[in-house]
Design a protein around this ligand. Structure first.
Ligand code: URA
Length: 424
């Protein structure tokens, strides 16, 4: 095969034959196809799209580039959740222990933040001593034990083709192609070997997919890929126009997650945690359970404490606190009518909560705490949100990102449901 022929075929809108597509992925992983050629191919896919069979073959080829894990000998069902990412999305933290408290194993391979979206591992690393890197054996042992849940970094052996391709897409404007996103996410989830998978596909300003139609298409594509590979897969389409919860950052998101595990926390974080838990338990074949009672009864908190300890963390240690804070107040009486997820995500990133390059560190105490959300009444002069950073020089750039990002009006805005659709 020849990379230029494969690129031309896609550039001109054709379907790439199975064997040529498999070769392209394998040759790229081994370094025979260059970054320039693969970037050109990715752009052709973004422009021209792919047929369902091509997406399936692309996904298979990425799985075949690395190891496949197996949880077959665990003696428990396994169920995972994947979110396409957003602002303030800390749901994995309360969700994994909640679902594991029902006796299902939760293998939650997670990532780090890049750009304005946060990463689960960055959040958990705010906890003193907590370790993200586990060997496959450690991961299996933790799932087999009473803990049952593990949140850790994906090992380097899992879908290496995707690691290379995703880093390339990130710097070539080719992230937002549905075939590429779907195959990237699903190759890792299928290679991981989970029995079941629930996808939280976000739409809105803080998501990859701005509009719900594209999010629906992404969700359908991923549900088909999972189902075709024997992974029981469903998806929820959820609103990411507004940040989730009141905390955007790392340590503050851990704090908020612990509130949810204690039966409190913001209503939207609690609602989405419960909706996804119900979906995961149903996919695992468990009889309808009272998820809310388990959350309120403290059983999920016990699993959380055990899960953090099992990975070297101290769940009761104080979390890092910021050196500098800056509070923005409401300029009028009324209701918050709008709080746009994307600029809040960008502002938290600029405060140090996120990273610009994969190897950069994050500032665990940096971020934003909201004191009101759309629909809440506010009074002029009272706090609307607080920015946190280690250096007050960061506030100006964060405030620049936030210009026009929220609004206060005389009328309480209509509220939109958080979970919009279920895709099976
Ligand atoms: N997350 C992934 O893992 N891959 C993508 O392409 C997008 C989001």
């Amino acid at each position: 095969f020849d990379a230029v022929d494969v690129i031309r075929a896609k550039r001109d809108g054709g379907a790439v034959p199975d064997d040529a597509l498999r070769w392209m992925v394998d040759a790229y992983t081994r370094g025979y196809v260059s970054d320039a050629q693969m970037a050109s191919f990715a752009m052709a896919v973004l422009q021209r799209g792919m047929q369902r069979d091509e997406i399936r073959v692309l996904t298979d080829a990425m799985i075949a580039s690395g190891e496949r894990m197996s949880f077959a000998n665990l003696g428990k069902k396994t169920v995972d959740k994947h979110s396409t990412g957003g602002v303030g999305d800390k749901i994995t933290l309360p969700l994994a222990p909640l679902v594991a408290s029902f006796g299902v194993a939760v293998p939650q391979l997670s990532g780090r933040g890049l750009g304005h979206t946060g990463g689960t591992l960055d959040k958990l690393e705010s906890i003193p001593g907590w370790r993200a890197a586990l060997s496959n054996d450690e991961m299996l042992a933790q799932m087999q034990s009473d803990v049952g849940a593990v949140i850790c970094a994906a090992g380097s052996g899992l879908a290496p083709a995707d690691k290379k391709l995703y880093a390339l897409r990130d710097v070539t404007g080719t992230v937002e192609a549905i075939p590429l996103i779907a195959s990237s996410i699903m190759s890792k989830k299928i290679a991981e070997g989970t029995d079941a998978l629930v996808l939280d596909v976000k739409f809105g300003s803080g998501a990859f997919m701005q509009d719900i139609e594209r999010a629906r298409e992404l969700a359908r594509t991923m549900v088909e890929l999972g189902t075709d590979s024997g992974v029981a897969t469903t998806a929820l389409l959820t609103d990411m126009n507004v940040p989730l919860g009141l905390a955007i950052g790392n340590a503050n998101e851990v704090r908020e997650s612990v509130e949810v595990l204690a039966g409190g926390g913001p209503a939207d974080v609690r609602e989405l945690t419960i909706a996804l838990a119900r979906e995961m338990l149903a996919l695992s074949g468990l009889p309808e359970a009272d998820v809310e009672a388990v959350l309120d009864g403290g059983r999920a908190m016990d699993v959380w404490n055990a899960m953090i300890r099992a990975q070297g963390g101290d769940p009761h240690a104080p979390l890092p606190t910021p050196r500098e804070t800056h509070t923005v107040t409401a300029d009028a009486d009324g209701f918050v009518t709008r709080m746009d997820a994307l600029p809040f995500g960008v502002a938290a990133w600029r405060l140090g909560a996120g990273r610009a390059r994969a190897e950069d560190p994050v500032v665990h105490a940096a971020g934003i705490d909201l004191h009101a959300k759309p629909g809440d009444a506010v009074r002029a002069g009272l706090p609307l949100f607080t920015l946190s950073a280690d250096d007050d020089a960061r506030f100006a750039r964060a405030l620049e990102a936030l210009e026009g990002a929220w609004a206060i009006g005389a009328e309480r805005p209509a509220s939109a449901p958080l979970v919009r659709e279920r895709i099976t």
